[in-house]
Design a protein around this ligand. Structure first.
Ligand code: FAD
Length: 495
């Protein structure tokens, strides 16, 4: 804690914690400051989408999240006549060799953040609670940050400041970065309650087609709680006490056999869809809800926030170790368009939900998010059928040359870039610090025994794939163009 930080992260929600883990994995000195005295205890974002599961696998927390959370139960629509109908919340899709996670995982946000704090502790860091950012100034060399702490005001010097400080971001407002968008004319209650009388095998909904009386009660995996969600009038007080929520449950479900025994957390909030005009001002960055806020429909908020941090983390670490500043420009270039489309998706899903349609498609899973236009992506040459540069790198079960089973994700996991040659001569590959080289093929160190690698990547013998530390394909080239790859990697990696 006492060391001079290279980065100050303001806010220890899902975005700030993810960034902290990414910097800690790379040995960057940072401080993670949080104005709250204690961790936030509300369930809020509870769905971890398949792409985030892959990201969390790389960060070393996925198995723990599976252990504390669980699968989504069926959706049970209760009708006025007392009958009910069960449907799947998520369109069923089995895991494949290329996509090992295809179902959202339910983990209340306070448990996800607790798992992240544990991982951070393993890496030798912790959140500094009770430390609020109250001011900052930047110049060409760094950022001076002022903190209010339990022992008085503290001043810190750092190379970069990251605002991971949520929808009302102090950092964004201090930089006078516009946050255009709209309030969506929907106000809702979300609450974590102890509820007696409903089985925990389903996500219960009542009055689906009536916005004024709708209520949903979802068992929160990993807890004995239910998450209550209900639209409420735009104006006026909402009674969030045990008695107030008990009345709401009774009136909206029409059931006297349900009892609200306790309210652990409750909030009445207005839904917004807003996107920051810029994600960067000199040495200061915005990530997560500080850069974009959205309705909770489709469970995109936490996922997009964590993936912002995952994108920025390796780039900040590389630049601090000597990679060119241009790498940092690719953060906004890549992530702002993703947030823009995610805002459109969440708003469309909200409109559908208002009509009683809660179906979710593949787009909420975030597996198809890609960076084809990024300056980090080397455009493909003309051959079709292969994986498009900028795409997510799929998984593939392989066999090591010694006969052991190995997943491609095992090979990619870590902080390095990866160069994969398919039936290539290894001696053609560049040799550089931070670049791991594998050759897949009969004479290589990895064998594609079942053909899953070729199926997922569509590569030809003699082709090389360059994969970024965050698991996206930066380039696909033939051996005759390998020097292009070397130049590309050399330009964006640390010296
Ligand atoms: C009521 C509600 C319900 C939601 N439901 C869902 C859902 O169902 N699904 C979903 O995916 N998402 C949901 N979300 C959104 C999801 O919770 C957010 O997208 C996610 O928390 C964003 O993470 P973050 O780290 O960017 O911001 P936050 O989680 O807001 O964390 C920001 C942190 O910064 C701290 N901070 C603020 N200012 C300062 C300062 N000056 N100094 C130091 N620290 C500071 C705050 O105390 C906070 O801990 C919901 C959000 C709300 C509010």
């Amino acid at each position: 804690m006492g060391t001079t930080p290279e980065v100050v992260i303001c806010g220890a929600g899902a975005a700030g914690l993810t960034l902290a883990i990414e910097l800690a994995r790379r040995g960057v000195a940072f401080r993670l400051v949080e104005q709250r005295e204690h961790p936030f205890h509300g369930s809020r974002g509870k769905g971890i989408q398949p792409r985030s599961q892959e990201v969390f696998e790389d960060m070393g927390i996925l198995d723990r999240l599976f252990a504390v959370g669980g699968p989504y139960p069926v959706s049970r629509i209760h009708r006025a006549d007392g009958s009910s109908m069960d449907t799947a919340v998520v369109e069923g899709a089995p895991a494949t060799p290329a996509e090992p996670y295809r179902q959202p995982l339910m983990v209340p946000q306070f448990l996800t953040e607790a798992v992240m704090r544990d991982r951070l502790a393993e890496l030798g860091h912790q959140v500094e609670f009770g430390h609020g950012l109250i001011g900052f100034e930047q110049d060409a060399n760094g950022v001076t940050v002022r903190l209010a702490t339990p022992t008085g005001e503290q001043t810190l010097q750092a190379r970069y400041l990251v605002g991971a400080d949520g929808g009302r971001s102090f950092v964004r407002q201090a930089l006078d970065i516009g946050f255009p968008g709209k309030t969506l004319g929907v106000r809702a209650v979300v609450a974590d309650i102890v509820l007696k009388g409903l089985p925990r095998d389903a996500w219960h909904s009542f009055n689906e087609d009536d916005m004024a009386r709708r209520i949903s009660l979802c068992p929160l995996m990993g807890t004995a709680l239910f998450q209550l969600q209900a639209p409420v009038p735009l104006d006026g007080d909402v009674d969030l006490s045990v008695d107030g929520l008990a009345d709401m449950v009774r009136m909206r479900t029409g059931r006297d056999d349900l009892a609200v025994l306790d309210v652990c957390w409750a909030s009445a909030y207005r839904m917004n869809a807003r996107l920051a005009d810029r994600y960067r001002d000199g040495r200061v960055f915005l990530i997560g809800d500080a850069a974009h806020t959205h309705p909770p429909t489709g469970g995109q908020g936490l996922n997009t926030s964590a993936q912002d941090a995952y994108n920025l983390g390796w780039k900040l670490a590389a630049v601090l170790k000597g990679a060119p500043q241009a790498l940092l420009d690719t953060y906004e270039e890549e992530r702002r368009p993703i947030a823009a489309s995610m805002l459109g998706l969440a708003t469309t899903l909200l409109a559908q939900a208002q009509r009683g349609d809660n179906r979710r498609g593949r787009d909420v899973q975030q597996l198809d998010l890609a960076y084809p236009e990024s300056s980090l992506t080397l455009p493909a040459d003309a051959r079709s059928g292969r994986i498009a540069p900028g795409s997510r790198a799929p998984d593939a079960p392989l066999q090591g040359a010694g006969g052991q089973r190995v997943r491609l994700f095992d090979v990619l996991r870590g902080t390095h870039w990866t160069l994969l040659g398919y039936a290539c001569d290894r001696s053609n590959a560049p040799s550089r610090a931070g670049l791991r080289v594998h050759v897949i093929g009969p004479a290589g160190d990895l064998h594609d025994v079942e053909g899953h690698f070729v199926e997922a990547y569509g590569v030809q013998p003699g082709e090389w794939l360059l994969i970024r530390p965050d698991g996206y394909v930066a380039a696909v080239v033939d051996t005759s163009r390998i020097e292009i790859l070397e130049g590309h990697f050399g330009h964006y990696s640390s010296r």
